[in-house]
Design a protein around this ligand. Sequence first.
Ligand SMILES: Nc1ncnc2c1ncn2[C@@H]1O[C@H](COP(=O)(O)OP(=O)(O)OP(=O)(O)O)[C@@H](O)[C@H]1O
Ligand SMILES: [Mg+2]
Length: 324
Amino acid sequence: MSSSKKIAIEAHNLTKRFDDLVAVDRISFKINEGEIVGILGPNGAGKTTTIRLITGIFKLENEAKVMIYSQDLTNSPKQLKKQFGIVPEVSNAYSNYTVLQNFIFFGTIYGLSKKRITARTSTLLERFELKDKMHTKIKALSKGLRQRVNLCLALLHEPLILILDEPTSGLDPMSVGVVRKQILDLKEEGKTILITTHNMQEAQQICDRILIMNHGKIIADESPDDLRKKFKPSSTLLFKVQGSLSVEQKNDLKTFFNIIEESNNRISIISNNPLEDISKLNEFINKNKINISDFALKETSLEEVFIHLIKTDSHSNGGVHHEI
Ligand SMILES: Nc1ncnc2c1ncn2[C@@H]1O[C@H](COP(=O)(O)OP(=O)(O)OP(=O)(O)O)[C@@H](O)[C@H]1O
Ligand SMILES: [Mg+2]
């Protein structure tokens, strides 16, 4: 944890509408200097749109405000945007250019001198083990290598804040490991990092804090530990139903239990009182003459907490509105 109390990003009342759709709905949050914060949420939750709002790609609506190191993004966008290194959802590296040509191109866009571009290129190629690929065109690189190049491009101008939109999506476990290690190393160097991910495990492993988004709202803002503690002493009951349940039986089960997953006759239930719930389940089984197998009881994982939060969040009450 960083001992610094500086706030790198403060976002107030962010909203983005696309016609009738409210993609981001009056959200507020802050990110401390040196923190890794993960925005976690299902497809369409509003993660990328949030990133586009805080990095000035989308214009802010009237009541919204973004402060970068206590300076208003709207007042000095050019200067403040330089503080960001962004790995976007879709890479903006030029696929017909080589790695080196991209470094030169983006370095020039950032306004770096030739000397600085050369120095940064050499440092980054070394660090990301891309030296032997410097003359390879982006389109000829594997996805994992391309993502390393994207990270380099985001780091060229030595920004204070890194914004990574699903940096490990679609990578094999080895490449995921490389990228995660780089992210943790960058935190060690004092960078502030905001990443989006679908992967709760990833968020848990590398983030200091997790913002869970759904339908454009933040429905949780906690450290991974606190997120799990909130659900403690939660347990998950797992079992398999022999044959299949009727619609009535399923509905019956749902009125009694907090069901988080149901596929191929496998059912998972979050329980705060496993003993009581097992006895209720037993009653249900006897009443309906159902056979179950593969019964197990385990501690609720963060992944299950995530699914539970998303499932219990509805459009109408839309979650908690987070004020700073
Ligand atoms: N340019 C756009 N025009 C219209 N609708 C958009 C646009 N960009 C995003 N949306 C909509 O806004 C909502 C939020 O999209 P966003 O891309 O922010 O979600 P996300 O959380 O990043 O999802 P994913 O995990 O799939 O990347 C979605 O319903 C999406 O369809
Ligand atoms: Mg996205």
